[in-house]
Design a protein around this ligand. Structure first.
Ligand code: HEM
Ligand SMILES: CC(C)=CCC/C(C)=C/CC/C(C)=C/COP(=O)(O)OP(=O)(O)O
Length: 301
């Protein structure tokens, strides 16, 4: 008995880490970053103390609910995750965390986040964040993902909500600027995900998920990535064209857009796994730096 528990102590990561990993920390960090930029852009100049406190509560609240949504996704997909190399290490896939434990964890995070948003931010942000939770955890994960290769296009709408949530937190309403940022993330999601799906196609086929490279093939997916990066490039110019942002943002958006389109073009012309991996990682830099540029531009204008 003693030797079994010693052996399992060597194999298992600490309990807190197993729970923490269910929240998909790195994805959620970028989601919260985009929400925080939405908050900063919603107020002219630097936030005052009361606005800064609202921002803090909103950041923690959105973080908690987004983490809850990610954990719920791991709960629903424990069987699928176990069949995919990329996700087989998750505690839910390995059976280290049971479904009731994961459900309780997700419900706790969601309830704490909702409470924080409802009490210290506003009711609109609380309900919009809950709708985003349902969009990802239920509509995308349960319904769309196993059903259609357009799963991430439609489901991407929930991943695109963070700037809207951020704006609502500070203003109590949602302006067109926030919807513009939402549109940018919405159009960014397909090339972001499909670049990864290209080199993970075997995983998805084994799991029986109808991702685009599995259902329509590698060539078609590369063409879609190319077309989406063009439309995304055009959409990223809108904050400048509508007077929301200035020259610094414009220069950044053009450079980042050329970079992303460049990767997509090279990938379309000839496929290699290395290039698909690089395109995926560039997508993350693209969105992170684009939103950082929006923030810098907001303060230097
Ligand atoms: C439906 C929409 C989306 C899908 C299907 C999707 C899918 C994925 C997948 C499968 C990964 C790989 C994770 C891994 O390495 O195991 C990933 C990574 C990542 N995604 Fe997304 N994503 C979506 C939306 C977003 C959004 C909205 C953001 C941020 C605003 C985001 C940020 C990231 C980041 C930062 C990573 C890297 C994680 C790491 O370092 O391990 N994704 N995404
Ligand atoms: C409340 C709020 C702001 C919610 C945000 C929702 C959210 C966490 C969106 C991120 C999208 C995401 C983690 C996709 C991963 O795809 P996947 O689930 O198909 O990836 P997997 O194969 O790694 O499980």
């Amino acid at each position: 008995m003693a030797s079994t528990s010693t052996a399992s102590a060597l194999v298992h990561s600490p309990r807190w880490q197993q729970f923490y990993q269910l929240t998909k920390p790195r994805v959620v960090q970028l989601i919260v970053f985009c929400a925080a930029i939405g908050m900063a852009l919603a107020v002219p100049g630097l936030p005052d103390l009361s606005q800064a406190l609202t921002m803090l509560a909103a950041i923690v609240g959105i973080w908690l609910v987004a983490g809850a949504a990610a954990a719920f996704n791991c709960l629903i997909e424990d069987g699928i995750d176990a069949r995919m190399k990329r996700t087989a290490w998750r505690a839910t896939a390995k059976g280290e965390l049971s479904r009731p434990q994961t459900l309780a964890f997700s419900a706790l995070l969601c309830a704490m986040g909702m409470l924080l948003l409802g009490v210290y931010v506003n009711v609109l942000t609380m309900w919009l964040t809950f709708a985003t939770f349902v969009g990802y955890a239920v509509i995308y994960t349960v319904i769309l993902k196993p059903m259609t290769p357009q799963n991430i296009v439609i489901g991407g709408a929930s991943g695109a909500m963070p700037p809207v949530l951020g704006w609502a937190a500070l203003r109590g309403e949602v302006g067109f600027e926030a919807w513009l940022l939402c549109l940018i993330i919405f159009l960014w999601t397909p090339p972001h995900f499909w670049a990864l799906a290209l080199y993970r196609a075997e995983d998805y086929a084994r799991a029986g998920l109808p991702m685009l490279p599995v259902t329509h093939g590698n060539d078609y997916t590369r063409l879609q990535i190319l077309l989406y990066t063009w439309v995304l490039f055009a959409a990223t110019l809108l904050p400048y064209l509508t007077g929301m942002s200035g020259w610094f943002y414009l220069a950044s958006a053009v450079l980042l857009g050329l970079g992303f389109c460049g990767y997509a073009f090279r990938l379309w012309r000839s496929y290699s796994e290395m290039l698909a991996r690089r395109t995926f990682w560039f997508s993350i830099w693209h969105l992170s730096l684009l939103f950082a540029a929006l923030l810098i531009d907001h303060y230097i204008a």
